[in-house]
Design a protein around this ligand. Structure first.
Ligand code: NAD
Length: 355
C-alpha cells in the first residue's frame, strides 16, 4: 500500500538521512527540501526517490558532501565554475547566486558549471531567476548512463539532457505567474521510468526500445539489466529536432563547461554528474522593459483566448502544471510507493540510520 506523507515529515526524514551520510545540517536540509519540492511539483522522478542513489554515490566516493562551487575563470559577466562533485542542489544554487551578482553589475551573466552531482529538477534554478524578474536559460548534459538513443540509433548513447527556459510574465505591478519550461530531451525523464517500473506500470508506445533495439512498453528495460546484461534506451522527444536539441545540451552543458561529454560504455557507478550552461538576463537592462512586459502578457492572453481543442481543458503555459500540483499536494500530502519507501529505508541502513 502506498504511504502518504506530509511534505515536512518527508523533508525531516531525508534531512536525517543526508546528515547520517556526512552532510552538514544546512546542506542536508537544503537537499531534502529540494527533493520534496520536486515531488510537490508533480515530478516524483526528481524527488525523494533519488535519495537512495545519492547515498550510494556518497558511499562510492562519487558525491562529496559539503563541497562548494569553485570559480575557475572570471571575466565579469562570463564565469567558468566547477561543482567539485558536490550536491547539485547546493553547487547549482551557489552558481545561480554568483550569476545574480553579475546580473546586478552587468545586466546579464553567462556561466558554465562542470562536475555538479545531479542538479535535480532544473526548473528550481529558473524559478530563482524569474522570482527576481530575470530570464534564465539552462542547457544541461547528464553523465551517468547512456540511456537515450540517437535519432535512428538502436541503443543508448547519451543522457536525458534537460533544457529549461524561465521567463517572467509581466514586470512590476503587471507581474503574473512566470513561464517555466523545463523538460528532459528524452521522450520522458529516466526517473519516470523508475517510478513506472516500481509501480509495475507499462508506458506509452514510442517511448522505449529494448536491449535489442526493438520498441517496447516495459519501463524495466532502462531500470534493470536485461537478459543479455544490457539495457534498453529511451527515445529522444520531437524526432530529429529533439535529438538535435539533446546534442546541443551535450555540447553546451558537457563540452563547453569542461565537465565532458558522454562517449563510453556504461559502468555500474551510481553517481550522476550534470554539466550546465546557464544564461541569466535582466530584461530591464535590454532597454525594453515596458514593451517586454506588455508584449509577453498580450501574447499569453492571445494564446489563452484560443478555443479549447475537443476533449482537452484548453491552453496552458509551461509552469502552470507544477504550480497546480504544488497547491494540490500541499493539502493532500505526497504519495510514496512501497518500493521507493523500501529503497529509502535500505539507504538509511547503509549509513547507520533507522528510518
Ligand atoms: P514533462 O514532460 O512533465 O514536461 C514538463 C514541462 O512541460 C514543464 O515545463 C511543464 O510546465 C510543461 N507542461 C506540462 N504539461 C503542459 C501543458 N499541458 N501545457 C503546457 N505546458 C505543459 O517533464 P520531463 O521531461 O519529464 O522532465 C521532468 C523533470 O526532470 C524536469 O524538471 C527536468 O529538469 C528534470 N530532469 C533533470 C535531469 C538531470 O539530470 N538533472 C535530467 C532529465 C530531466
Amino acid at each position: 500500500m502506498p504511504k502518504h506523507f506530509l511534505p515536512q515529515v518527508l523533508e525531516d526524514q531525508l534531512c536525517q538521512l543526508f546528515e547520517a551520510a556526512g552532510s552538514r545540517q544546512a546542506e542536508a536540509r537544503a537537499v531534502a527540501a529540494n527533493l520534496v519540492l520536486a515531488n510537490l511539483s508533480g515530478h516524483d522522478s526528481h524527488g525523494i526517490g533519488m535519495a537512495p542513489r545519492y547515498i550510494d554515490a556518497i558511499c562510492e566516493g562519487g558525491l562529496i558532501p559539503n563541497a562548494s562551487v569553485h570559480i575557475r575563470t572570471d571575466h565579469g559577466m562570463l564565469l567558468g565554475l566547477d561543482g567539485q562533485r558536490g550536491f547539485g542542489q547546493i553547487v547549482g544554487k551557489q552558481a545561480m547566486d554568483l550569476a545574480f551578482e553579475r546580473v546586478r553589475q552587468h545586466g546579464a551573466c553567462i556561466y558554465s558549471l562542470s562536475h555538479a552531482h545531479h542538479l535535480g529538477r532544473i526548473g528550481h534554478f529558473a524559478e530563482m531567476a524569474v522570482e527576481r524578474e530575470w530570464i534564465s536559460l539552462h542547457f544541461v548534459n547528464v553523465r551517468s548512463r547512456p540511456v537515450v538513443a540517437a535519432w535512428h540509433g538502436g541503443d543508448g548513447r547519451f543522457g536525458t539532457n534537460p533544457c529549461c527556459i524561465g521567463i517572467p510574465m509581466g514586470l512590476g505591478p503587471d507581474r503574473r505567474e512566470p513561464f517555466v519550461l523545463d523538460f528532459a530531451t528524452s521522450r520522458v525523464a529516466q526517473g519516470k521510468m523508475r517510478v513506472a517500473h516500481n509501480l509495475g506500470k507499462a508506458v506509452e508506445p514510442g517511448t522505449l526500445i529494448d536491449e535489442n533495439g526493438h520498441p517496447t512498453t516495459r519501463p524495466g528495460v532502462v531500470v534493470v539489466p536485461q537478459s543479455n546484461g544490457r539495457y534498453g534506451a529511451l527515445m529522444p522527444f520531437g524526432e530529429h529536432k529533439g535529438f538535435g536539441l539533446a546534442v546541443a545540451c551535450e555540447l553546451l552543458g558537457g563540452a563547453l563547461s569542461g565537465g565532458g561529454t558522454w562517449h563510453q560504455d556504461a559502468d555500474d557507478r551510481r553517481s550522476v554528474y550534470n554539466g550546465m550552461l546557464g544564461i541569466v538576463i535582466d530584461p530591464k537592462a535590454m532597454g525594453v522593459a515596458e514593451s517586454f512586459s506588455s508584449e509577453a502578457l498580450a501574447f499569453a492572453d492571445w494564446l489563452k483566448a484560443s478555443p479549447n481543442a475537443p476533449g482537452t481543458d484548453g491552453v496552458h503555459l509551461a509552469g502552470e502544471p507544477e504550480r497546480a500540483a504544488r497547491q494540490a499536494k500541499q493539502k493532500l500530502g505526497i504519495e510514496v510507493d512501497d518500493n521507493t519507501w523500501a529503497e529509502i529505508v535500505a539507504a538509511g541502513h547503509k549509513v547507520g540510520l533507522k528510518i
